[in-house]
Design a protein around this ligand. Structure first.
Ligand code: PHE
Length: 447
């Protein structure tokens, strides 16, 4: 047990919490993952599905996590025990395991973004970005950058909630937003940008009806909103009792969708205006790290500036998300072992980095880890939370409204959590399971 005589840390302000939670949600998921999945799954149809899932599944699960976290005031394992008894601790442990898995490869990609940002301002973008990416994405170079990125993450989390995480989010999130807007405006001025918009915003109903696209969109909604593994739950455990959780849910979720949408308005025109579409329409993990640098390299000095700004924004987004992933592990180990924050951050972060070596040295492991984490852990975790709050928790509506008025919208929320969300997630899990299983057996060389 944590030292109960020390008061629990708290966010210094309402906006500090909002910015940190948006910082968790907004990250590589909105830019790297969103653009390559949108390209792979045929444009606007995928985006619409992702929006539908954000509203139908994301909002209810986000409110559920916020409710559990604020009420229990502890990390995920102790929080589930608080409301469900010891027999629910396992679900919290699954969340922490998901945090380990996601941060293990997230830190590797974070390292790539760090390298690109640094190179943009020093040596510029490589003439052959495909070859460059092949060199930096696997091996010692990739591992070294992962370690650097993880060291930054550990440093911020060690600083604590207010002085570390909140302070970084307050600077990082507005900076990210303005950089993105600047690039969107710049991209709009390029000849041929309209082809990028046409590709991005073209709605192909036939493609969107494909079940694999549906699965990808649901997984993306969970990944991008940081749901299904206790990150939002953990951040909410540092909230004061009187916060308006329904309001926070809406602000965080739509800010996250908005940033993803804007990222598309930045990425697609840039890529199409410079004729790099073949690089991204294949839709692979490396697409963003090859197509965009190629576009930037062909733009001369301005390309270095815009490209440098772009990768700085990516670093910022990745860092604030990685912080929230590490905080899940840190708060759970502070609860469980009574460790200090600094020790938890160092040991937890160190263990994650070690586990991530597998992804740093092999991009196929990275891709497999991402599929397993998203389609199995996050979607499964969302299912667990909806069943827990919908069926196990005594009076979730009272907990969510924190003693205030029981708004009718919360009645709808409970019905969604009891029936709609679990049924939808069971369907999505069933659809993705064969593919995820093939990924797992493939990873261990059994397939
Ligand atoms: N939401 C983050 C992103 O989009 C990733 C993340 C997933 C963070 C799960 C925390 C928990 O990049």
């Amino acid at each position: 047990m944590a030292d109960s005589s020390a008061p629990r840390e708290q966010w210094q302000s309402h906006w500090g919490f909002i910015l940190a939670a948006v910082g968790s949600a907004v990250g590589l998921g909105n830019m790297w993952r969103f653009s390559y999945l949108t390209a792979e799954n045929g444009g606007a149809g995928f985006v619409v599905l992702y929006l539908i899932f954000t509203v139908l599944l994301g909002l209810p699960v986000m409110l559920a996590e916020l409710t559990i976290g604020r009420g229990a005031r502890s990390g995920p394992i102790a929080a589930l025990e608080h409301y469900g008894g010891r027999s629910w601790r396992w679900l919290g442990a699954v969340f922490v395991a998901a945090g380990f898995l996601i941060l293990s490869y997230y830190g590797v990609i974070g390292g790539w973004t760090l390298r690109y940002a640094f190179e943009a301002f020093t040596i510029g973008f490589a003439d052959d970005p495909g070859a460059h990416f092949a060199v930096i994405s696997e091996g010692h170079g990739s591992f070294a950058m992962q370690v650097t990125f993880m060291a930054l993450t550990i440093a911020v989390v060690s600083g604590g909630i207010g002085a570390g995480i909140e302070r970084v989010a307050r600077i990082a999130m507005p900076a990210l937003f303005f950089i993105m807007l600047g690039i969107v405006v710049y991209a709009a001025t390029l000849d041929g940008a309209s082809e990028g918009y046409a590709y991005y915003l073209n709605f192909d109903l036939a493609k969107a009806m494909n079940l694999d696209v549906v699965v990808a969109a649901a997984g993306q909604a969970f990944f991008s909103l940081s749901l299904g593994m206790g990150a939002i739950l953990t951040f909410a455990s540092y909230l004061p009792k009187d916060s308006d959780l329904a309001n926070e849910t809406i602000v965080i979720s739509f800010a996250d969708f908005g940033v993803a949408f804007i990222a598309g308005l930045m990425v697609f025109p840039l890529i199409f205006a410079l004729g790099m579409q073949a690089e991204i329409t294949g839709g692979t993990i490396g697409a963003l790290f090859v197509a965009l640098p190629k576009a930037f390299a062909s733009m001369g000095a301005i390309g270095r500036l815009v490209g440098g700004a772009f990768f700085v924004a990516l670093v910022v987004g990745a860092l604030t998300s990685a912080i929230s992933l590490l905080e899940v592990i840190v708060s759970a180990s502070m609860d469980a072992f009574g460790w200090e924050r600094r020790k938890s951050a160092l040991l937890g972060g160190g263990a994650v980095t070690f586990m991530g070596m597998a992804s740093a040295y092999d991009i196929d492991v990275l891709g497999a880890a991402d599929t397993i984490a998203t389609n199995l852990f996050l979607v499964g975790g969302g299912l667990g939370i909806s069943i827990f709050v919908g069926w196990v928790m005594k009076d979730p509506i009272a907990e969510a409204s924190g003693g205030g008025a029981r708004s009718p919208a919360l009645g709808v929320w409970r019905v969604l959590l009891r029936f709609v969300v679990p049924l939808a997630l069971i369907g999505i899990l069933a659809q993705s399971l064969p593919g995820t299983w093939a990924t797992i057996t493939g990873l261990f060389g059994l397939g």
